[in-house]
Ligand binder design. Structure first.
Ligand code: ADP
Length: 507
């Protein structure tokens, strides 16, 4: 019997064997499974070209066109990706419709088995997928390896558990699937956003056409291979890559029953207009401009760490990033000094280096947007505090930055920068903090640091944000619903609330 012997070597039938690359592990040991710990360096196969995934097959785009996916850390082409057009979207929707007839009738327990299988294969290939994610998107490998991939697996596991328990989720009601779901995802957490969208849809018996973001489609195609390996029936998930036009074709397709979108508020508004007066259901997870509050009674060192994580995690490419810091006046000087010191210790650079804290900005247009907003912040009277670190010559980089002297009307206090830039403001009283925190068109998330539990409850009940973290930040769990108010969108993902958009409740 294979058994686990030590952390660095696997023993099969008492004969020590070398750890083999992840991709070959299934074939090793005469067909026996060996649970070898993943090696530190994992060979990753990145194909020169990726096709579309339609009806269970990899198919060439009807346009015959492909577009480059760049590694933002060196501006080199990582792969070519198929440019799906309206005809490709139509083929994918038709495959999803065909698959729906059988998939929606499958007992929940059977659907759950597929989801468990997907979750396990994701875990098995986590190292490899993390590398793909980092090379295609620019995020530090320690984040894709220790945050994104474990969360991807967790979302499939969690929703696998719901597949045969929908009757318990909605007691007294029958939860029928909605139909064909069009899901459009962004580039900041490519695989994780795919998992957030696919797992609940499939658990509830729906079929899907997924449209990844144009700068980060490669890992989605690796996920397609995993779906094939899990023997998910053909057409249950289809993946059509492309840019905004491809997304628009999916949004406008008449046979889509439900749309789920995560991305910018501008595109979210277009979707809302497009589906108005159609049968389509819609959930939107859009931008944010989260207030992160520090009270004078907070544990300051911990709060500073929380603030750093809140804004610099994933280069600030996070819709719930704590991008507006509100500090109570009595501790302002102290907090600012500690933050200024701390940003000097953040390592910016090669995302594949596991010591890197801040990787590459996802794309050139995003870098230009960050630069433009920071310049506007300075032009409006803000003071820029930046680290002077050496940045690689090639690639898209922005150093961790603080802007002080910001007022509520400044663009950097109102607009989502989506980069490693923190706008710093002050407040005197809890009432003023609430007023300032809520003074934005967004309402996705917020954070509060204080030693007083009663103050936390008071703030949480008054902050108009879908998620409020207290004495921590950026904590995620598949059991916990996530979503916004106001221009941050509507609908929730995660938990029982996240199942609701994917079911029709019948009595
Ligand atoms: P960002 O501005 O952060 O790049 P977007 O909202 O533009 O975010 O992109 C999020 C997702 O929406 C991507 O997959 C993108 O291709 C897609 N998208 C962009 N424009 C449209 C559109 N008009 N209709 C549908 N999807 C779109």
């Amino acid at each position: 019997m294979p058994r686990k012997a030590s952390r660095s070597i696997a023993v099969v039938d008492e004969h020590p064997v070398a750890v083999v690359p992840v991709s070959e592990r299934r074939l090793s040991f005469g067909g026996k499974w060996a649970y070898a710990p993943a090696p530190e360096s994992v060979p990753v196969k990145i194909a020169p070209r990726y096709e579309l995934f339609v009806g269970g097959k990899m198919v060439a785009p009807k346009s015959g066109k492909y577009f480059p996916s760049l590694n933002p850390a060196n501006e080199k082409q990582l792969a070519e990706v198929a440019l799906g057009n309206a005809a490709d979207v139509a083929a994918a929707v038709s495959a999803a419709r065909k698959a729906f007839a059988k998939w929606s009738k499958l007992p929940g327990r059977e659907r759950g088995k597929y989801l468990y299988r997907i979750a396990r294969i994701v875990q098995e290939k986590a190292r490899e997928l993390a590398i793909v994610e980092t090379m295609d998107g620019g995020k530090p490998i320690k984040e894709s390896r220790d945050f994104d991939l474990p969360q991807v697996a967790a979302h499939f596991f969690y929703h696998a558990g719901w597949a045969d328990k929908l009757d318990y989720a909605f007691p007294g009601r029958k939860a029928a699937p909605v139909g064909v779901c069009g899901q459009i995802i962004p580039w900041n957490f490519p695989l994780l956003m795919a998992a957030w969208k696919l797992a609940p849809a499939l658990a509830c018996g729906n079929t899907v056409v997924l449209k990844p973001a144009e700068t980060t489609s490669v890992s989605a195609m690796h996920l397609a291979e995993i779906l094939r390996e899990a023997e998910l029936p053909d057409g249950v998930v289809n993946i059509v890559t492309g840019a905004g036009e491809t997304g628009r074709a999916l949004v406008e397709h008449a046979d889509v029953d439900k749309l789920a979108f995560t991305g910018s508020t501008d595109v979210g508004k277009l979707l809302a207009k497009s589906v108005a007066a159609t049968k389509k259901r819609l959930t939107l997870e859009l931008g944010g401009k989260a207030a992160h509050l520090i009270f004078e009674d907070a544990p300051i060192d911990q709060a500073v760490e929380g603030i750093i994580n809140g804004i610099f995690f994933n280069q600030g490419h996070v819709c719930c990033a704590g991008s507006r810091l509100l500090v109570q006046e009595g501790v302002f000087a102290k907090v600012l000094r500690k933050l200024s010191d701390r940003i000097k210790t953040l390592r910016v650079g090669d995302p594949m280096d596991k010591n890197t804290d801040i990787g590459a900005i996802n794309s050139k247009p995003q870098l230009e947007k960050i630069r433009e907003l920071v310049q506007a912040g300075v032009a409006e009277g803000g003071e820029l505090i930046q680290t002077r670190c050496a940045l690689p010559a090639k690639g898209y980089w922005f150093p961790p930055s603080l802007i002080t002297g910001v007022t509520a009307s400044h663009r950097v206090a109102q607009e989502e920068i989506f980069g490693p830039v923190l706008s710093v403001m002050t407040f005197r009283t809890p009432e003023e903090a609430i007023e300032r925190a809520n003074n934005t068109p967004y309402g996705l998330s917020a954070g509060v640091w204080t030693d007083k539990g009663s103050k936390i409850f008071k703030m949480v009940s008054k902050l108009r944000a879908g998620v409020v973290w207290a004495n921590t930040y950026n904590k995620f769990d598949p059991t916990s619903p996530f979503g916004g108010y106001k221009e941050s969108g509507f609908g929730r993902e995660g938990g029982v609330h996240g199942l609701l958009p994917y079911v029709r409740l019948e009595s």
